[in-house]
Design a protein around this ligand. Structure first.
Ligand code: FES
Ligand code: FE2
Length: 374
């Protein structure tokens, strides 16, 4: 069944639209295929620019087993490299920190902060050895409003092509975005496939039933809509009655002070703005075919603690996040049932909160990625 990903298999009689087949969420071979066909070809969140304030600051991260690190070089440029020495493949750095030069811990090959090899011990004895011809392997990087993304595909289109207008919209909705730093990141283990988590995030057909606090205290579910915008799913709605908001805002602070919006960037990151220009983020990391870590980031100007943000983050963990975990873990168990193969989507031609056209978009993007597999 895993190889059966032809688009023609997803449309049933009468033009009904269906979900992906369940084995794409449960078969370990599916994640292995997505690893190269999808995750190594799409933009992945790595960290925030504030983690690299000074020359030589670095942090490590990984994309489905590929070890990478990001570093600020002597010219102030942020670079990303595969975390592997060009000699005999020892890892160059661990964790995070700050260095003057990149010195491999195995035989002390020494690289400049821009990745060029400066010297190798005893190199003079090797005829024809040219340090200048050796460089750590670099990776494509983009600074997206202070959020650093990488793409292992050298030929990938820039993020502004993948996610049209998002940079401008985010800057308008969060005028202070350039001064933000992460103040809090909550990490949540979910026993489900990453696509189950992302699909759950990307529709609000379940909101009225399953998220009472969110729909009463944060947003107005009646005008909630989710529309594709390139490979972005743009969520829009109004704030709930401002007097029912669970925290105080200044509605006149700027043009978007009372708005809610979110931009899900396929495949695993989302910017979310709550009324009051409160920026928070989601990103998901697949750990195995049926286990995902969800990160929930909150950001304030200068990374300064805020009781309002701390309260909002806790409310979010206790309500929306807790409610969603129950849902996605139940779905994952259901996907393993031999009594289920695939489901029918509710596609409303007028879109709106009770339509799953966004799930159709996610399905098509996943199939498109898998079809590219070499
Ligand atoms: S593996 Fe890096 S110096 Fe030998
Ligand atoms: Fe939800």
């Amino acid at each position: 069944m895993t190889e059966n990903i032809d688009r023609t298999t997803i449309n049933g009689a009468g033009g009904l639209e269906h979900t992906l087949s369940s084995d794409l969420y449960t078969d370990p071979a599916s994640l292995e295929r997505e690893r190269t066909a999808l995750f190594f070809r799409t933009w992945q969140y790595a960290g925030h620019v504030s983690q690299l304030e000074n020359t030589g600051d670095y942090f490590t991260f990984d994309i489905l087993g590929q070890k990478l690190f990001m570093i600020r070089d002597g010219d102030g440029e942020i670079r990303c490299f595969h975390n592997v020495c060009k000699h005999r493949a020892h890892e160059m750095v661990a964790g995070s920190g700050s260095v003057k030069l990149l010195v491999c811990p195995y035989h002390a090959w020494t690289y400049e902060l821009d990745g060029r090899l400066r010297r190798a011990p005893n190199q003079k004895k090797v005829v024809g050895f040219e340090p200048s011809s050796i460089c750590l392997s670099g990776v494509r990087i983009e600074n997206f409003c202070g959020f650093l993304f990488v793409n292992l595909d050298r030929d990938a289109e820039p993020m502004d092509v993948w996610y049209p207008n998002v940079r401008e919209e985010l800057s308008a909705f969060v005028p202070q975005v350039g001064d933000l730093k992460p103040v809090l990141v909550n990490e949540v283990e979910e026993r489900c496939n990453w696509k189950v988590a992302v699909e759950n995030y990307s529709e609000c057909y379940h909101c009225a039933l399953c998220h009472p606090t969110f729909v009463k205290g944060v947003v107005d579910p009646e005008c909630y809509n989710i529309m594709p915008q390139g490979y972005c799913l743009r969520h829009t709605t109004r704030a709930a009655n401002l007097d029912r908001l669970t925290y105080e805002i200044d509605p006149d602070a700027n043009a978007h002070a009372t708005d809610y919006s979110s931009w899900f960037l396929w495949p695993t990151f989302s910017f979310q703005v709550y009324p009051g220009n409160v920026l928070n983020s989601y990103w998901w990391k697949p750990e195995s075919v049926d286990r995902t870590t969800m990160y929930r980031g909150w950001h304030t100007v200068g990374g300064v603690h805020s009781d309002v943000i701390a309260g909002l983050a806790q409310q979010d963990l206790d309500t929306t996040v807790a409610e969603d975990i129950t849902l996605v873990e139940s779905v994952q168990r259901g996907l393993s049932s031999v009594g289920y193969d695939r489901g029918t989507l509710i596609i409303d031609p007028d879109f709106g909160v009770n339509s799953e056209h966004s799930i159709r978009a996610l399905r098509d993007w996943a199939l498109e990625a898998l079809a590219h597999q070499k």
